[in-house]
Ligand binder design. Structure first.
Ligand SMILES: C[S@@+](CC[C@H](N)C(=O)[O-])C[C@H]1O[C@@H](n2cnc3c(N)ncnc32)[C@H](O)[C@@H]1O
Length: 209
């Protein structure tokens, strides 16, 4: 694809995501004590989003092929996994989200995408949101993981690092907060989020041959 065509396609993707999510928000109100009760189970409900151009910046730093399996851990209303499906050749784009309301909104949008563009799913490609605590889900098939970990505790970051170290095919971890994973830190880049600029740590494991 030439540069102009790439820019045009990118604009189409951004407009499509904006249209799909019009009138939808992950910023929900909480019941009294809900956040504190969830934090005891390593679930940090505080919301915010990475912005579309910054997801593109992350994508540009990765080598992605049609066997890759992407997870967004704490996926909110599902924009990042959708952008990976639209903008990269990944085979699977999965989100895992603890908040049922956010997960339901993601799945509603994903159903629309499946209906409107079935060709995006040829070759067994998948786009899915699952509700639950990502620490309790099997992500052992992951090759790329992103987590907007800004509000996570040190305990959760350590547990996540251990989960990542048990994923045999993991090539990249993208995390706002620093991790203690054995996968080497490649670089730290600045990204734009709904609340401010943030650092994103990119961990990268050389591909085994
Ligand atoms: C800051 S938002 C990020 C949304 C989206 N991934 C993005 O980057 O634009 C973090 C999300 O993680 C979810 N979350 C936090 N802890 C979680 C856990 N242990 N399991 C699943 N989801 C979790 C929160 O409910 C929230 O929706």
């Amino acid at each position: 694809m030439g540069n102009e065509a790439k820019l045009e396609f990118d604009q189409i993707c951004e407009n499509y995501i904006n249209a799909l999510y019009q009138g939808t928000t992950g910023f929900i109100s909480y019941k009294a004590g809900e956040k504190e009760a969830n934090a005891k189970n390593n679930i940090y409900l505080t919301y915010g989003e990475i912005l579309y151009p910054s997801v593109n910046t992350l994508i540009e730093h990765l080598e992605i092929n049609n066997q890759d399996i992407f997870y967004d851990l704490g996926s909110g209303i599902g924009k990042v996994a959708l952008q990976f499906l639209l903008k990269t050749p990944v085979k699977k784009a999965y989100g895992i989200e603890a908040s049922d309301g956010r997960h339901q909104q993601a799945e509603k949008v994903y159903r629309t995408v499946r209906q409107e563009f079935p060709e995006l799913f040829s070759g067994d490609r998948e786009l899915k949101s699952s509700r639950g605590n990502f620490l309790e889900m099997d992500i052992s098939d992951a090759t790329i993981v992103y987590t907007c970990s800004t509000c996570f505790s040190d305990e959760l970051l350590n547990s996540l690092s251990q989960v990542f170290d048990r994923c045999p095919n993991l090539k990249y971890i993208l995390s706002m907060k620093e991790l203690s994973s054995k996968i080497p830190l490649d670089r730290i880049i600045e990204v734009d989020c709904t609340w401010d600029k943030s650092k994103c740590h990119i961990y990268s494991r050389p591909v085994q041959v």
